[in-house]
Design a protein around this ligand. Structure first.
Ligand code: D5M
Ligand code: FE
Ligand code: ZN
Length: 604
């Protein structure tokens, strides 16, 4: 019996539980006539965790086991059982003892099929030699052992908590759970099933290379400049000069098109419009000026850090470009990269609907579960809907703005996602859900944003695909650019005549500028990366945003733009800013026609 485990086996098994045993004591276990596993069970259940198990303790245990064995078998097993459950005399923490019980019964149970090598028996010399070493090692430190054990317990409890989290939501949030989960759901109508699938491009998730260094940051502007210069060259119809490519001696006095990132714009006292362009590679700048009043509207659409091209004449000394004010061959003197007019449609031949939503804000006091039910029921009963696309702000988050916790029904971020996951479970399994993230989600604020970590996505069903912000989703040939919309406020602030309350007007500017967040600063944070993920490379069929909580749909050069509002009522922050949200809205995009249809809880 005793040769089933070696001294080191015992030491290690107990060590893995955080229970340290002196080698001499371990040797004693093996020497005894009693099954070593039984002794280990006793030690792990009975011994005082605060100390290293010593020879005396083992002797005591052996004695008590021997005295038990002299009793009747039934009585003995009763006692053993009792001792495993009522061990609070030695181990105060109930969870701790439970853990030990589980561990010892699961892992230390003798395996009848296992035979142990004869060599693996007691080594008297080893015990004597390693005794001091062991006692002096950090593992023989009782408080360290206790700490390690507590860590194991916490992890185990954590995992159990995560598993139980969704199942226990109704205990913590009975009102919402009653409204959403305690009701008769309409039967799911089978999907039409036309889609052949989708692909995601331009997702930063898993691709982030930035180390937060200044050079990474410069790199995004260099890349932005390079890629948009290519588009601008096409648009300008002839070769364009970068600011640093202009040879002031050679080009002085000649007509040219110059491209750069906007460094600065200003109107002089004389009413002239100045635009300073920069080449981010060399940091060289070039001043351009328009004197014609007719350039005002275009001039006002220019925002800092975007890439534009300007046509004009370089002064003799090469110091300034005098901007042209005429449209030549259909080309204006100030050119944005722009999206070409879309006339054809690469989408599917027959109707496939993507339902577009955003800004659910689960967890906020102002989230309306009864509104959400209407959406769920509509998806369940609308068989043409094969995709649901969420443009970020799934949850309200925590610590997003000062005193936010005073307006939270769910203050735990994991619970917020667990609740959202449970909500998504009510959508049909064969509807593909693709969800991006926003400024309220548990990811970095700087754009591009990678998607949620597994610790949050684990609460969602398998038909949910988590993507970053922004991304392009290609469904059967139709491209939908999803971008949460944090730049909408910044753009609206910089460009006169547009307002975040009419988001489609701002979203059109993104297409014009071929960039979803052209302005840096003003609540737009950028992350340094190898390339600028916010450049609109692929011309989308539809641009889908959220964030401003206002519904809007329109088109720009044949490209649909839609903002899908929110599921959250007015917060005190929004009240202070005069924002009246549109609550309970969504859109469908028929990908065969790119037709966008508006829905609200009031018309389904
Ligand atoms: O955005 C909800 C609304 O609040 C939306 O209209 C944008 C606006 N908002 C959000 N953050 C700001 C800042 N920092 N300044 C001005 N307006 C803002 P949500 O992302 O859901 O909080
Ligand atoms: Fe939002
Ligand atoms: Zn937002």
């Amino acid at each position: 019996m005793s040769e089933e485990l070696t001294k080191s086996d015992i030491s290690m098994e107990l060590g893995s539980l955080g229970l340290m045993i002196q080698p001499n004591a371990a040797g004693l276990v093996i020497e005894s006539e009693i099954d070593s596993n039984e002794i280990i069970q006793f030690i792990s259940n009975e011994d005082n965790i605060d100390s290293v198990v010593d020879v005396d303790t083992v002797n005591n245990i052996i004695e008590s086991i021997n005295s038990l064995e002299s009793d009747e078998n039934t009585k003995e097993s009763e006692n053993v059982e009792k001792s495993t459950t009522n061990n609070n005399n030695t181990i105060s923490d109930e969870d701790l003892s439970n853990l030990l019980n589980n561990k010892s019964s699961n892992e230390l149970k003798p395996n009848e099929e296992d035979t142990i090598d004869e060599e693996d028996t007691i080594d008297e010399e080893f015990i004597n030699n390693t005794n001091d070493e062991f006692i002096n090692s950090e593992f023989s430190n009782p408080s360290k052992a206790l700490q390690q054990l507590q860590e194991i317990i916490e992890e185990t409890q954590d995992e159990e908590k995560i598993e139980n989290r969704k199942e226990t939501l109704h205990k913590r949030y009975p009102e919402w759970c009653d409204i959403m989960f305690n009701r008769d759901l309409p039967n799911i109508k089978p999907r039409v099933g036309r889609t052949e699938g989708y692909t995601i491009t331009g997702d930063i998730t898993g691709e982030s290379r930035g180390k937060g260094e200044f050079e990474d940051f410069r790199q995004i502007f260099k890349d932005r400049h390079d890629r948009l210069t290519k588009l601008l060259s096409k648009r300008a119809g002839n070769s364009v000069y970068r600011v640093s490519d202009i040879d002031k001696q050679q080009h002085g006095g000649s007509k040219l098109v110059v491209v750069g990132l906007v460094w600065n714009t200003f109107v002089s006292n004389n009413g002239n419009y100045f635009v300073e362009l920069e080449d981010p590679k060399s940091n060289e700048t070039l001043r351009t000026v328009f004197t014609d009043e007719s350039m005002k509207d275009t001039f006002e659409q220019i925002v800092p850090d975007e890439a534009i091209a300007i046509r004009g004449i370089l002064s003799d000394d090469g110091g300034i470009v005098f901007g042209d004010s005429e449209i030549k061959k259909g080309r204006p003197p100030i050119m944005f990269p722009e999206v070409p007019r879309k006339s054809s449609n690469d989408g599917p031949d027959e109707r496939i609907d993507a339902a577009l939503i955003s800004d659910i804000h689960v967890g906020a006091d102002e989230f309306f579960p009864d509104y959400w039910n209407k959406f769920v029921d509509w998806v369940r009963t609308t068989p043409t809907v094969e995709y649901v696309i969420v443009a970020g702000d799934l949850v309200e988050g925590i610590g997003v703005f000062p005193n936010q916790d005073e307006e939270l029904t769910i203050v735990d971020i994991y619970d917020q996602y667990a609740m959202t996951g449970k909500m998504f479970e009510q959508l049909p399994d064969d509807v593909q859900i693709i969800t991006s993230v926003g400024n309220h989600d548990a990811v970095r604020l700087a754009e591009p944003q990678p998607t949620l970590a597994e610790e949050f996505t684990r609460y969602f069903p398998d038909n949910v695909d988590f993507v970053g912000n922004p991304v392009t989703v290609n469904i059967d040939g139709a491209n939908i650019l999803i971008y949460h919309g944090m730049s909408i406020n910044a753009l609206a602030e910089v460009v006169p005549g547009v307002d975040a309350g009419t988001p489609t007007e701002v979203m059109k500017l993104m297409l014009q500028k071929r960039h979803v967040a052209p302005v840096y600063g003003k609540n737009v944070r950028l992350a340094g990366e190898e390339k600028d993920y916010l450049v609109i490379d692929t011309v989308p069929d539809i641009l889908h945003c959220g964030h401003v909580h206002k519904y809007g749909q329109d088109e720009h050069n044949g490209i649909g733009v839609v903002n899908t509002a929110t599921w959250q009522g007015q917060t005190s922050f929004q009240k202070s800013k005069g924002i009246e949200p549109d609550v309970g809205y969504w859109a469908t995009a028929d990908l065969s026609t790119m037709n966008i249809e508006k829905y609200s809880i009031n018309n389904v």
